[in-house]
Design a protein around this ligand. Structure first.
Ligand code: OOB
Length: 539
């Protein structure tokens, strides 16, 4: 079994008694539809259409082949796929045989994948030939040298490692192959992070399944729902809030799109009569602009009933324009891969929907809003969010030191968000974690600072958020150069980071050079002053 920090026994009992944890593996999502309505349309990916029976058959074929290779409980997998149907085939196949995956983002590069592989020591890697890392065999060979026994590739010619080939029938699932127990780790979610190395979040079947079932009710997902999967499929928002898994749970249809780019998505929405779409705020802005530019485009969105918006702060003025311009309802979502998810409710007043990020899923989500001394603040006063509950994790994978900081003695996870409670709803008003939220994509400042100072001419680096009209935030790196170093311009600095293998979305958007970094009274880098100086520049 994969180790994780368990919930204390009294809470475990309570979560079961309250009916949150029902001890079913995530494969039950598919099994239920296979029993109820196997021919219903589960998944559309370009011109390919999958019934629930198709999805089940292909994932069983893969599961059987993997199990015959000896993969099962105790094994992990590193998966990196774009937004294609195979993402779900692979996910359910691994769930079937109890192999625990990390689903890396397609934008991740060598640094991220190597780090995840270091942490989980996978026996299986599933990736795509279309990704720069797998275009030749160099990285694959590196992974093999570190213990990866099987590599399966999308768009691969060699049958031995062609994912498509492994999805064909080669015998049934061996006796004894089974998901991990429902109270054990099903898979890892990715943390947006604020630390030097990306952290992994163990999610159990029980906790994840509960968040999905409850989200389905809150968001009104039914078998008639046609759900656009245009954000990265591996992201917690896209997967479970209510996400693709919520749609499968309800027997609806998931429609894949390669990205949230509006014109391509509008055509898909119109062609496949999409009714529900989760988006991050910058994508919403692009959709709004596309309709403003050509109001006739609005008719392409006629089937769209509900847009879910989350992942980064969403301006009230933009929120108000969603129903007006796109002709659909709006639901705000404030969630985190670590667990806690808040939604505005479908029957909330427009004021609540436009001005807040909703309230928690569960009556047993405990949310504390704390001042600097750790005391709860009154309603209407901003404070730091701390939470625990039936689907909020209790520790990052193998990270005792970081866990000691991220959790308090009572097991509350301190998310680093600054929120205000008003009338029972939360508003996200700021952040104390050292992270940049670049339109929903999270960048841990420390990770990039560590990479920047590996440049021979850089002695100190600080990465901070700069306000940005389109993305909400962009990143700016403040650098101190070694005495005698010549001028450095952005292109070689970005090249330095790319050569270290970091994902492109983490590259600083701007660079500023200082003779030294400002320090606070206790000698820490004064990031507030750096942020203020950027705000002053824009003003
Ligand atoms: C979602 O998950 P993550 O893990 O990528 O990021 C979580 C962080 C939160 O702690 C918060 O800082 C920020 O993203 N965030 C928001 C927000 N939703 C997330 N900040 C302001 N307003 C919002 N509505 O981003 C995520 C996971 C599940 C559902 C939705 C989003």
């Amino acid at each position: 079994m994969i180790e994780f920090s368990p919930w204390p026994q009294d809470l475990v009992r309570h979560y079961r008694d309250a009916g949150y944890w029902i001890d079913q593996p995530l494969t039950q999502i598919l099994d239920a539809q296979l029993a109820a309505n196997p021919q219903a349309e589960a998944l559309i990916c370009g011109s390919r259409r999958f019934s629930y029976a198709d999805l089940d058959r292909q994932s069983r074929n893969l599961a059987a082949r993997l199990a015959r290779q000896g993969l099962g409980h105790g094994d992990t997998a590193l998966v990196q796929l774009p937004n294609v149907a195979e993402f779900f085939v692979v996910f359910f196949a691994l769930m079937r045989i109890g192999v625990v995956p990390v689903n890396a983002l397609y934008s991740h590069r060598r640094l991220e994948l190597a780090e995840y592989a270091r942490q989980i020591a996978p026996r299986l890697v599933v990736a795509s030939r279309g990704h720069e890392l797998f275009r030749d065999d160099a990285f694959a060979d590196e992974l093999r040298a570190k213990g990866v026994a099987h590599l399966l590739l999308l768009d691969e010619d060699d049958p031995a490692q062609s994912l498509a080939h492994w999805l064909t029938h080669a015998g049934d699932l061996p006796q004894g192959a089974a998901p991990t127990p429902a109270d054990q780790v099903a898979f890892f979610q990715l943390s947006g992070g604020s630390t030097g190395t990306p952290k992994l979040i163990p999610r159990t079947h029980n906790d994840y399944d509960y968040s999905i079932r409850a989200s389905v009710r809150i968001c009104g997902v039914t078998s008639a729902t046609r759900f656009l999967c245009a954000l990265p499929a591996a992201h917690n928002f896209t997967m479970s809030s209510p996400g693709t898994l919520g749609v499968f749970h309800a027997g609806g249809t998931v429609v894949m799109a390669p990205s949230p780019e509006p014109l391509a998505c509008f055509d898909i929405v119109a062609r496949e009569r999409v009714s529900m779409a989760p988006l991050v705020p910058p994508a919403v802005a692009l959709w709004l602009r596309a309709v403003e530019e050509d109001p006739a485009r609005r008719s392409l969105l006629a089937s769209l009933d509900l847009m879910l918006v989350g992942g980064a702060s969403f301006a009230e003025a933009t929120a108000r324009r969603v129903p007006e311009l796109l002709g659909c309802r709006l639901q705000q979502v404030f969630g985190m891969a670590e667990g806690l998810v808040n939604y505005t409710r479908l029957d909330d007043s427009p004021e609540v929907i436009f001005t807040t990020q909703g309230r928690p899923i569960s009556p047993d989500d405990e949310v504390l809003i704390l001042d600097e001394d750790g005391h709860e603040v009154p309603d209407g006063t901003p404070g730091a969010l701390a939470t625990r509950g039936p689907y909020t994790f209790r520790g990052y994978y193998r990270s005792p030191e970081h866990n000691a900081q991220a959790f308090d003695a009572k097991g509350f996870y301190h998310s680093g968000d600054v929120v205000v409670r008003q009338g029972g709803n939360l508003r996200v008003v700021g952040r104390i974690k050292d992270q940049i939220n670049r339109g929903g994509e999270k960048i841990a400042a420390e990770e990039i600072e560590n990479l920047l100072v590996r440049h021979p001419d850089i002695t100190h680096a600080a990465l901070v958020a700069a306000p940005d009209a389109h993305l909400g935030e962009k990143s700016c790196a403040f650098l101190v150069l070694r005495d005698g170093a010549g001028k450095l311009s952005p292109p070689p600095l970005r090249r330095h980071l790319l050569e270290l293998g970091v994902a492109e979305y983490k590259l600083p958007d701007r660079f500023r050079f200082l003779p030294e970094l400002p320090l606070t009274a206790v000698g820490k880098i004064d990031k507030r002053r750096l942020r203020d100086s950027l705000a002053a520049e824009t003003a």
